[in-house]
Structure formats: structure tokens, C-alpha cells
Design a protein around this ligand. Structure first.
Ligand code: PLP
Length: 394
């Protein structure tokens, strides 16, 4: 009677959701302040004042139909121009409004790209650990998600494993840096090597292999870590950007796709992106929020809370005996569990009301994700509990 796949996607709760809901239940029982919920990637830094001021000014002073009316499908041309200018000045690019397509955030951007590119038997490569929604998005367009095993020493790329998995069916490689869940930033060396391998594979298979750069965390990179702008290194790159994390606007749904001129068959790819957005009933990205981000194109993100929280949690975990790669960006740590079974470990952590997400969900068993976009005070109070948890394994 209904599409079973859709039913399954709509009713089967993700582990993250289940843990989050368990947390809400525990908060009702023992008090909000006694639950240490590291499960969700919902930014806790308040949305900046300049966003509110821009929204209020637009709502007060602009014509309602110009604020709330349909925009052209790719998005308001002046907004796209403002964003293109900002990208050019930050990354030394030479794009214009015709290279941008406004979307309802990164999830929309990447799904539109998958839909736009997909042909029968296409494969999309991702690197473990990875954002679990990739599987749902890729499979929704009939694609196959291929996972490159993780390189846990530094969460960069295991290139030998990667090269074995690229084949004639590879349509695109998904790159997410700063990474959810590992908190790693891919180095320039990693990006250069990835580009070099893909250029060789494109020659070998006589067709483009795209990089889909999923970049909602681009602005959240810590001191000493630079996030290379991938189109500078690899021609066939589509950049999927979002303001969900950088300006703490996840509920408003606003972002964009960059399709640089260097992309093979630019007109076809951009046209297919417009077509994919159309059948996904995207119509246009939220028009008020297009105007707001257009005005705030050059405004900075405040990442100081994430810097502080990341350092605090990292040091606390290392002191308690956990193995963990230092925070480099985003707002996640991905430490090793103290037993092989990550589900059993996270279950045991729940005894202390520490809510952690098993790494298996991100294609990386034996690890757990801790999202530290929460109150600094909560992290401080959680550290003795991590110590107690670790003591159980000594
Ligand atoms: N990609 C990654 C890696 C994410 O972590 C998220 C959200 O958590 C998204 C995409 C989706 O972000 P958006 O809210 O912009 O759709």
C-alpha cells in the first residue's frame, strides 16, 4: 500500500534520536542538570545578533512581496552575487551568481547533487566515519554508498583502501571536512593526494568523477587548521554549504551549492541541479533567509565556545584514560571505546547519564561520538563521571 522503504525511513528511529529521547526521559526523572547529553549536533552558540538585526531590518523595511515571494529557482540574483563575491575574496575563486544555487541547507544541497548526477549503477564513495544520512540520501536516488574503512590514527584518508574501491561506476566522492563525527580537518596534503588520484582515475575511466564537498562545518576550524577550498585543487568539485552550524540557523534551512566553471559540462551539471531541485519540490530556498545570509555574507562565525568545550572535553577524556584525536574542527570528538562493543560501552555510560552515540552508526565500530555543542558547565560536571566509567575497565 505504501512505499516500504519510505515507511522504514520514516518510522525507524535513528540511534541518535533514540538516545536523545532517552535523555529527555531521564531529564524529567533526575533533572536537566544531571543528564550529560552528548548526542545531538544542534549548535548551542546563540544565533549572532547581526542575523537578528538583518532579519528585523528586512522585515521592517522591505516590501512584503520582495521578502516572502517566490524567488527564481536558483535563488535571489543579488544574494547569489553577494555570496559569490565573498567566496572569491576569501578563497581566491572567480565565480559569479551563475555558479551558485541556493538551497535549504546542506542536506538539501547534497541530496540535490546526488539526484542531479545519478545514473543507473552509480556508486558514491564516502570515508568512515561518516554522517549516517548519506546512506539514506544516496539510496533514495538509486545509488550505492561505498564506504572506505577509517584511518583511526588521525582520521585522514586510507588512500590504499580508497584506490581499491574506485571503479568505473564511481560517480562521486563525498568529502566532509571538518568532519562529523571525527572532528578532523583534512589537511592540504590529503586533499592534494585525493585530487591527484581522482585525476588519474578520471583519465583511466574516461569520465568525470566528482567531489561533493559537504561543508556545513567549514567555519568551525580551530587554530592551526585550515580547511582547503577543494575547487582550487580539483576541477570537478561541487561545494555544498550551509549556515546551520556557522550561524546557528539549523531550523531555518538555508545554504547553497557552488558549481564552478571548471566542472566538466558545467551547463549540463547546473541544469541537472536545477532539475533535481525541481522534482524534489524544492521550488526555491526560503526567501527571507536568502536575504539575511546575503547581507551577512562577510560576517564571522563565533567559534570560541566550541574551542573551549573541545579542549575541555578532550583533556578530560585523555586524563580519564581515553584514546582520542585532538579536536581540529566541527564540535565532535570520536574517542575509542574502552571495550570492543561500542553499543555495550554506550549502554554502560548511560548508567552515569552520559549519553554517547556508538561509532557503528557512523561506519566505525569500537568508537563513540560525543557532540560538545552543549553548556561548558555540563562538560565540566561530566568529567568525573567519565573517570568513574573508565575506572570500571581498569
Ligand atoms: N552534513 C553533515 C556532515 C552534517 O553533520 C549535517 C548536519 O548535522 C548535515 C550535512 C546537514 O546539515 P543541514 O542542517 O545544513 O541540512
Amino acid at each position: 500500500m505504501v512505499n516500504n522503504k519510505m515507511y522504514e525511513l520514516g518510522t525507524k528511529k535513528s540511534t541518535i534520536r533514540t538516545i536523545f529521547e532517552f535523555g529527555r526521559k531521564r531529564a524529567a526523572e533526575v533533572g536537566e542538570e544531571n543528564v550529560y547529553d552528548f548526542s545531538l549536533g544542534n549548535p548551542n552558540v546563540p544565533t549572532p545578533d547581526f542575523i537578528k538585526e538583518a532579519a528585523v531590518d528586512i522585515l521592517t523595511n522591505m516590501e512584503p512581496s520582495a521578502i516572502h515571494g517566490y524567488t527564481v529557482a536558483p535563488g535571489n540574483p543579488q544574494v547569489r552575487k553577494a555570496l559569490a563575491d565573498s567566496i572569491n575574496s576569501r578563497f581566491g575563486m572567480h565565480i559569479t551568481e551563475k555558479n551558485l544555487f541556493m538551497t535549504a541547507g546542506a542536506a538539501a544541497s547534497i541530496t540535490i547533487c546526488f539526484k542531479a548526477l545519478s545514473q543507473p549503477e552509480d556508486e558514491y564513495i564516502t570515508f568512515a566515519p561518516f554522517f549516517p544520512e548519506y546512506r539514506a540520501f544516496v539510496e533514495s536516488v538509486g545509488g550505492k554508498l561505498v564506504v572506505v574503512p577509517a584511518q583511526p590514527e588521525d582520521w585522514q584518508i586510507d588512500f590504499a583502501a580508497f584506490e581499491r574501491l574506485v571503479n568505473n561506476h564511481t560517480k562521486a566522492v563525498i568529502v566532509n571536512s571538518p568532519n562529523n563525527p571525527s572532528g578532523a580537518v583534512y589537511s592540504e596534503e590529503t586533499i592534494k593526494k585525493l585530487a591527484q588520484i581522482l585525476q588519474a582515475k578520471e583519465k583511466e575511466y574516461h569520465h568525470p568523477i566528482f567531489i561533493i564537498a559537504d561543508e556545513p562545518y567549514r567555519e568551525i576550524a580551530f587554530e592551526g587548521y585550515t580547511v582547503p577550498y577543494i575547487p582550487k585543487y580539483y576541477d570537478n568539485t561541487l561545494v555544498c554549504y550551509s549556515y546551520s552550524k556557522s550561524f546557528s540557523l539549523p531550523g531555518e534551512r538555508i545554504g547553497y551549492i557552488v558549481v564552478p566553471d571548471t566542472v566538466a559540462n558545467f551547463e549540463k551539471v547546473y541544469g541537472a541541479i536545477a532539475g533535481a531541485a525541481r522534482v524534489l519540490t524544492h521550488v526555491n530556498a526560503p526567501s527571507l533567509w536568502q536575504l539575511v545570509v546575503g547581507r551577512c555574507a562577510n560576517m564571522p562565525s563565533d567559534i570560541s565556545t566550541y574551542v573551549k568545550n573541545g579542549q575541555l572535553l578532550y583533556q578530560g577524556l585523555v586524563d580519564a584514560g581515553f584514546e582520542c584525536v585532538k579536536p581540529q574542527g566541527a564540535f565532535y570528538l570520536f574517542p575509542k571505546c574502552l571495550e570492543e562493543d561500542d553499543y555495550a560501552f554506550c549502554k554502560r555510560a548511560q548508567k552515569y547519564d552520559l549519553l554517547l552515540v556508538p561509532g557503528t552508526d557512523f561506519g566505525c565500530p569500537g568508537y563513540f561520538r560525543a557532540a560538545y555543542c552543549i553548556k561548558t558547565e555540563t562538560i565540566k560536571k561530566s568529567l568525573p563521571l567519565f573517570k568513574k566509567l573508565a575506572a570500571e575497565y581498569k
